[in-house]
Design a binder for this molecule. Structure first.
Ligand code: MG
Ligand code: ZN
Length: 220
């Protein structure tokens, strides 16, 4: 019985990967680079996205797909206030985005002339790591209040990603967060990964984050 369950999961994932590949082809034909952002709820995904857009615009044109488990448009509303095309995918309680949902999002957005499509995945440190969406690169946002033990407890999410943001650096004076311990855990899972200590409140770290991110466009 256990083998058939594993088989089913493998079939779902390979079907997902096929659609993810289609998504990437569609994005490539439009010249759009796509970044998938994963994090736990409350890590500051939306805040980082908003500040990132403020840094990149008007030089680059950005669009956003917001993944949410509930049909509330809180995050999408904030993004659209910046005059950025945004579409919200309501996963109806599902705890991750899959390639099929993102395909609908891509079809819904006018991506002509867009340089960067940002996907805000559902807040979750487990399954988003297993579902490719068609993105060109993956970023995880960790944050100081989550604690320094997350790489040890949720190793899967930190493997194979392209950059790591450690957000809410302004809270370091108030929280026992051992950066050395945290970074040791990350290094074991993803050696040499570019890591950015950021604060959306003070703006710390954004210059180097934006520089790294902009280089991802130049590569294309
Ligand atoms: Mg959010
Ligand atoms: Zn899930």
């Amino acid at each position: 019985m256990q083998t058939s369950k594993v088989q089913i999961v493998e079939n779902i994932l390979s079907a997902n990967d096929r659609i993810a590949e289609e998504n990437q082809k569609a994005l490539n034909s439009l010249g759009v680079t796509c970044m998938n952002i994963m994090a736990s709820p409350g890590a500051g995904k939306t805040s980082v996205i908003l500040k990132t857009i403020q840094h990149l615009a008007p030089k680059f044109r950005i669009a956003v797909i917001e993944g949410d488990t509930a049909p509330v448009t809180i995050d999408a509303d904030k993004v659209s206030e910046l005059d950025v095309p945004v579409t919200q995918i309501n996963t109806a309680g599902n705890c991750h985005l899959d390639a099929m949902m993102v395909q609908k999002g891509i079809q819904h957005l006018d991506l002509q002339g867009i340089d960067l499509l940002i996907i805000e995945n559902v807040g979750n440190l487990v399954c988003p790591a297993s579902f490719r969406l068609g993105e060109h690169f993956n970023v995880v946002i960790a944050s100081i209040p989550e604690g320094d033990d997350k790489p040890y407890k949720y190793p899967g999410i930190y493997q194979g990603i392209d950059a790591l943001i450690l957000n809410k650096s302004d809270l370091l004076p108030y929280i026992d967060f051992n950066q050395k311990y945290f970074r040791m855990g990350i290094q074991a899972l993803n050696p040499g990964i570019p890591t950015f200590l950021l604060s959306c409140k003070t703006g710390e770290g954004f210059d180097s984050w934006i520089e790294w991110l902009s280089d991802r466009f130049a590569e294309k």
